[in-house]
Write a protein that binds this ligand. Sequence first.
Ligand SMILES: NC(=O)c1ccc[n+]([C@@H]2O[C@H](COP(=O)([O-])OP(=O)(O)OC[C@H]3O[C@@H](n4cnc5c(N)ncnc54)[C@H](OP(=O)(O)O)[C@@H]3O)[C@@H](O)[C@H]2O)c1
Length: 261
Amino acid sequence: MAKPVIWITGASSGIGAAAARKFSKEGYSVILSSRKQEDLHKVMESCEFPEDCAVLPLDLAKTDELQDKASEAIKIFGQVDIMFHNGGISQRSLALETKLEVDRKIMEINFFGTIALTKAIIPHFKAKKSGQFGVTSSLVGIIGSPYRSSYSASKHALHGYFDSLRAEHFVDNISVTMICPGFIKTNVSVNAMTADGKPLNQMDDAQANGMSAEECANQIFKGLKKKKEEIYIGGKEVMAIYLKRFVPGIFSKILLKAKVR
Ligand SMILES: NC(=O)c1ccc[n+]([C@@H]2O[C@H](COP(=O)([O-])OP(=O)(O)OC[C@H]3O[C@@H](n4cnc5c(N)ncnc54)[C@H](OP(=O)(O)O)[C@@H]3O)[C@@H](O)[C@H]2O)c1
């Protein structure tokens, strides 16, 4: 029997790389995508069954190229069963100081790149009458946080988009799992854009002390397996979601005093 196929964006590092290894170990064929081809190959070689994996480089900011990338992805193993939208870029800058072109770049990669791939893969899911989306949002896809205005906006936008899509394509047997990590120990803050678009190049304490990418990938695997609609992953920071939901006034006051960068 052919293995089920997962296509992972942002597979060259962090959560995506750990997910590639986890899904390979669990018997999936894995297509690894992001910009850095060499890094993708290294991750592929670290997978349990590299012979059942493939590298497909792409840039989420180049939305015009993503329809062709989806066609290529489908051809590799003949189908895609899970599209794991995980590639993305964070932000560490105050809203007022951030150049508009940086705000746009974040939206382009995190939101438009993701929905361009979605539009390209849905006809394939519809034709085979099944398909699954995993979408890496963030805790700040549900709450706002200082220094992450457009990043938070891009992740909030994904929730609105994919909640709508889930309802539209329920009849096609297509499911959507929104994945909301808190602090995961990856290079996300190192790569985060600052006010003028340059990377921060520093590991935040919260990330350095966060959950491992491997544990995060284990929880993503379970959430996708159970076709959960939304999952929260991390340590005690996950409480923020419940505070926002049940005591929004108190949460708002806590956020004013929160020491975040
Ligand atoms: N770590 C956390 O605490 C945390 C918390 C909440 C949400 N998240 C989300 O988790 C996802 C994965 O991030 P991570 O924590 O694993 O950080 P990471 O180590 O920086 O990984 C980010 C991944 O996204 C890819 N990427 C960035 N820009 C891209 C582009 N233009 N086109 C294609 N791929 C691109 C990168 O690959 P290339 O550089 O090779 O393109 C890399 O594989 C992101 O969506 C992030 O927002 C992370």
